[in-house]
Design a protein around this ligand. Sequence first.
Ligand SMILES: [Zn+2]
Length: 141
Amino acid sequence: MDELTEEQVAALVRRLEERVASLQTSIRDHLAQLRDVSAPGHDSTPPGDIVDQADAGLQRDEQNDAMSRETIEMQEIALAFDRLSTGQANVCIDCGEPIGFQRLLAQPTATRCVACQDDSERGEFLKARGNRNQNGIGTAR
Ligand SMILES: [Zn+2]
């Protein structure tokens, strides 16, 4: 099996650490913005202004969405660190074949080789289509 060299592991760790740093910054920003939005009204805004409230709610939703995406990525990164520490970082979770280093460098949180990733995305796509349209798709194999 192709194992990653120390240099390759170090490069991936660096990538992941950079990503963590930038995620932490943006999560902090989002938290700060959420605090601003949720803060009791400014003096210039009459309390109970319905448009402002709706606006604040919308902003809050967007911040929450962004934060949940960032949290998920943090979890993926933690998983990638785990995989690096056990020497499994370049092993496809589906077929066990090595994942190319270039692919890992581009996407250090990747857990599948290109072929399996394609399969998995196509599977999800077909599933999504199958749910909408019950006839035909998925019967042929
Ligand atoms: Zn694979």
